[in-house]
Design a protein around this ligand. Structure first.
Ligand SMILES: [Zn+2]
Ligand SMILES: [Zn+2]
Length: 394
C-alpha cells in the first residue's frame, strides 16, 4: 500500500496508488530524472517531440551552467529549436515580471514545447507560460535553490508586487548533480534552508492534525522525512559540493514537491517557518527593498519555529512534539553550510521580528505553532524574550 516509500524518486513519475491515509494519490509528471549525469537523459525525454519546434530559454548565467550543453544535445538529436537567453550579469538576477513574460511570448512563436534552463525565476516563467499557452514544458535545473521545480504555482512580479499565479506542472524535471554543484553558494544555502524548513512544517502539520483534526498523510510525512534524513546526514558532502551531497539536496527539494502534489496541499512543505518568511518578505516589499532569497529566509525562520515548539512543549501533544526539531540543531545545520542563522544576518529589525511573531499566523488559514502560542496567551512574553536574546536587552 505504501510501497512508494521504497521507490527511488525517479520511479515516482506517473505513480498512482491507494494510500493508508484513505485517499488515492497520483503524481502526474511524466519524467523525473534526478542524479549525476541526468542531463544525458534529455534526448530520450524529447523523442516524442522530434519534428516539432522547441523553444529553449534561460539567461546568460544558466546558458553557461547548462544551456550550451542542452543546445548541443538538441542539435545532435536533430531537433528543430529556437533559443532565447536573457542577458544578465553575474550578480544581476532576472526579475519574472510583465516585461520578461512578454518577451518570452514574443520569442517563443508557435513552438510546441518550452524547455527552461535555470532555477527559481526561469522555472516560474516556464510553468506560467506553459499554463497560458497550453504547451508542455521541461525544466533543466541549474541550482538546488528551492522546492518549486514540482509545483503548480509561480511567484511572479506584477506592478512591483510578488504574486502567486496558478501554473502547470512540468512534463519533465531533469536535475543533474554535476551541473547543480556549480551553482552560486547563496543558491545552495537557500535550497538547504528551504529543505530545513520541512522539519518544522511536518511538526506543524501533525500539531494541526492533533488539535484541529486536519487531514494528515503518514506516508507522505515518512517520504519527506526520509529525504530530510539523507540531507542532514550528508551536510558535509553538501558543503563540499560532492555529487552525492548535492544529489540528496535536490532529491529532497523535488520530493517535497512530489509529496505536495500527492496530497494536493502544501502542508508537507510549509508551516510556521514559511509564514514568518512571507511576513518578512511582504514587509521588505512594502519598503521597496530586496528581501533575500526565499530559502535563506525560511532557513533563518526554522530555528525560531523550532524554539516555539520547545517553549510551548507542555501544550503540545506528544505526537507533534516528537516531530519537532531542536532549535540548536537547526542552527548548527545552517552554520554547517555557511548559511545565515540569525534574523539580524538578513537585516530583519527587532521591531519586524517581534511583530512577525504576533502577526504571521494571520497570513493564511493554517494552524501552526504560531497560532498555538497566541491562543495560549504566551506570545507576548516569548516574542520579547527571543528578541532580547537575539538583539540584546533594551
Ligand atoms: Zn496518503
Ligand atoms: Zn519554501
Amino acid at each position: 500500500m505504501d510501497e512508494i516509500l521504497n521507490l527511488h524518486i525517479n520511479e515516482m513519475a506517473g505513480i498512482e496508488f491507494d494510500c493508508s491515509c484513505g485517499r488515492r494519490h497520483s503524481f502526474p509528471i511524466r519524467h523525473l530524472h534526478i542524479g549525476p549525469g541526468a542531463l544525458l537523459e534529455l534526448p530520450d525525454v524529447l523523442k516524442p517531440f522530434l519534428g516539432k519546434k522547441l523553444f529553449v530559454f534561460g539567461d546568460s548565467n544558466t546558458f553557461q551552467a547548462a544551456g550550451e550543453r542542452v543546445l548541443k544535445l538538441l542539435a545532435e538529436a536533430g531537433h528543430d529549436f529556437d533559443g532565447f537567453w536573457f542577458q544578465t550579469s553575474e550578480n544581476e538576477a532576472l526579475i519574472p515580471d510583465e516585461s520578461a513574460l512578454g518577451r518570452l511570448l514574443m520569442e517563443m512563436g508557435d513552438a510546441e514545447l518550452i524547455l527552461g534552463v535555470g532555477s527559481g525565476t526561469i522555472n516560474d516563467l516556464g510553468k506560467f507560460i506553459s499554463r497560458k499557452t497550453g504547451r508542455p514544458h521541461i525544466i533543466v535545473c541549474t541550482a538546488p535553490s528551492m522546492d518549486g521545480y514540482v509545483s503548480d504555482s509561480s511567484a511572479l512580479t506584477n506592478a512591483g508586487r510578488k504574486i502567486s499565479y496558478p501554473s502547470t506542472l512540468p512534463f519533465a524535471v531533469i536535475a543533474d548533480a554535476e551541473i547543480l554543484k556549480n551553482a552560486p553558494p547563496r543558491l545552495l544555502q537557500a535550497g538547504f534552508g528551504d529543505v530545513l524548513g520541512k522539519l518544522t512544517a511536518l511538526a506543524d502539520w501533525r500539531l494541526s492534525k492533533e488539535l484541529t483534526g486536519e487531514y494528515y498523510c503518514e506516508s507522505c510525512v515518512k517520504l519527506v522525512q526520509k529525504a530530510l534524513d539523507a540531507v542532514i546526514q550528508n551536510v558535509d558532502a553538501i558543503r563540499e559540493r560532492r555529487d552525492e551531497g548535492i544529489d540528496y539536496l535536490i532529491q529532497a527539494l523535488v520530493l517535497t514537491g512530489v509529496a505536495m502534489s500527492l496530497v494536493g496541499v502544501s502542508r508537507p512543505a510549509s508551516g510556521a517557518e514559511h509564514m514568518l518568511s512571507h511576513h518578512w518578505e511582504m514587509d521588505f516589499q512594502k519598503r521597496g527593498q530586496f528581501a533575500e532569497l526565499h530559502g535563506i529566509k525560511v532557513g533563518v525562520a526554522t530555528p525560531v519555529a523550532a524554539e516555539l515548539f520547545e517553549l510551548l512543549k507542555e501544550e503540545i501533544p506528544a505526537e507533534a512534539l516528537a516531530l519537532a526539531p531542536s532549535s540548536a540543531e537547526c542552527e548548527r545545520l545552517l552554520l554547517a553550510v555557511d548559511a545565515p542563522v540569525s534574523p539580524k544576518d538578513v537585516h530583519i529589525s527587532r521591531e519586524l521580528f517581534q511583530r512577525s511573531l504576533h502577526e504571521a499566523y494571520t497570513i493564511r488559514k493554517r494552524y501552526s505553532i504560531l497560532q498555538l502560542a497566541v491562543e495560549k496567551g504566551r506570545m507576548e512574553e516569548i516574542a520579547s524574550a527571543m528578541a532580547d536574546r537575539i538583539y540584546g536587552k533594551i
